[in-house]
Design a binder for this molecule. Structure first.
Ligand code: FAD
Length: 288
């Protein structure tokens, strides 16, 4: 099923993201994660793609297993930063052969390793979207950044580029994580004012390791609001308390979003069905 159809039927959607194991890691643990997340009955499950190629081969395998074994639509991520046009053609062929019709089209982060070629064939995600569009009947999503993409100096430019990306053939957008809902509300007003009308899926990251999240927020330019910092400072040395607080924070964030008209929630599960399950349980009457 195309995700664009799910997003247009006027109902609240709840979806989850998982990532493939690193090369050489035990794949059986991955199937346990897939099983655990599938038991939460999300509307779809997305599977990330290693921009450097490290985990990319697993994405199609896992996404097609989600569809075939669990009957849940899968969203396969695809990056282009280090790919040739031929690599992308082959990857799209493989996706078609495996019955995958939903793709999250991304540029990917620039590789830290100079020996990996980057931006040779594709500079931006919009070029990948145009390519995908020309090679099949795919439903295409893209990333957006309520606080602006970290490489873009002016937020207004970022939104102009986003508008162009949508016009290249993007059916929906998924946001980067954010911890202050006002940031999302503000972003939604700004993109609407620019004429971006595709559905936006709010990406929620439950935080159970406050040190790890501080680091990834620094890298991605995501702000941690004062309320969140206080919680992290208070509980960072007590993993069980931090876990409980992280689940409560994500739950409250989702309730506030849904109360304010946001219809689509995507949970960055970090391959942790227990945390995702606790949040779903907290929202059992709200999501159904
Ligand atoms: P783009 O949309 O190409 O934007 C990249 C930068 O270029 C931005 O600063 C933008 O402002 C600028 N720009 C865009 N278009 C133009 C233009 N026409 N002219 C000039 N400047 C332009 N990474 C992975 O490796 N694998 C994943 O599976 C993955 N999944 C993700 C899922 C989500 C929901 C999100 C939010 C991010 C994900 N990422 C993933 C990270 C993503 O690859 C990085 O954030 C990357 O740096 C940007 O990708 P993009 O597709 O947003 O790039």
């Amino acid at each position: 099923m195309k995700i664009s159809e799910l997003l247009q039927n006027g109902k609240i959607t709840f979806s989850c993201e998982i990532f493939p194991p690193k090369p050489g890691a035990d794949i059986s643990r991955m199937w346990e994660v897939v099983q655990g997340i599938a038991e939460l009955s999300p509307d779809f499950i997305s599977v990330t793609y290693g921009a450097g190629g490290s985990t990319s081969k697993r994405t199609v395998e896992i996404a097609s297993a989600i569809q075939e074994q669990h009957g849940i639509p899968a969203l396969a991520h695809l990056t282009c930063v280090s790919s040739s046009r031929e690599d992308i053609r082959n990857q799209l062929k493989l996706m078609k052969e495996n019955g995958l019709e939903n793709i999250l089209a991304l540029r990917g982060d620039l590789p830290k390793d100079d020996s990996i070629p980057a931006l040779t064939h594709y500079k931006y995600a919009c070029e990948l979207i145009e390519d995908i569009k020309s090679q099949g009947d795919f439903c295409i999503g893209a990333a957006c950044y309520p606080e602006g993409h970290v490489e873009c100096e002016r937020r207004e430019d970022d939104i102009d580029y986003l508008k162009h990306k949508v016009e290249c053939g993007c059916d929906f957008l998924t946001t980067q994580m954010f911890f202050d809902n006002n940031v999302l509300y503000n972003f939604m007003y700004r993109i609407l004012a620019k004429g971006i009308h595709v559905p936006v899926i709010a990406g929620i990251m439950p935080v159970i390791n406050s040190r790890q999240i501080k680091r990834s927020c620094e890298l991605s330019g995501t702000q941690l609001p004062q309320r969140f910092r206080r919680i992290a400072e208070k509980f960072s040395d007590d993993p069980l308390a931090m876990k409980q607080a992280g689940i409560a924070y994500a739950t409250e964030q989702i309730i506030d979003l849904l109360s304010n008209g946001v219809e689509h929630i995507h949970l960055y599960t970090m391959n942790n069905p227990e945390i995702a399950g606790a949040i779903v349980n907290n929202l059992s009457h709200i999501l159904r």
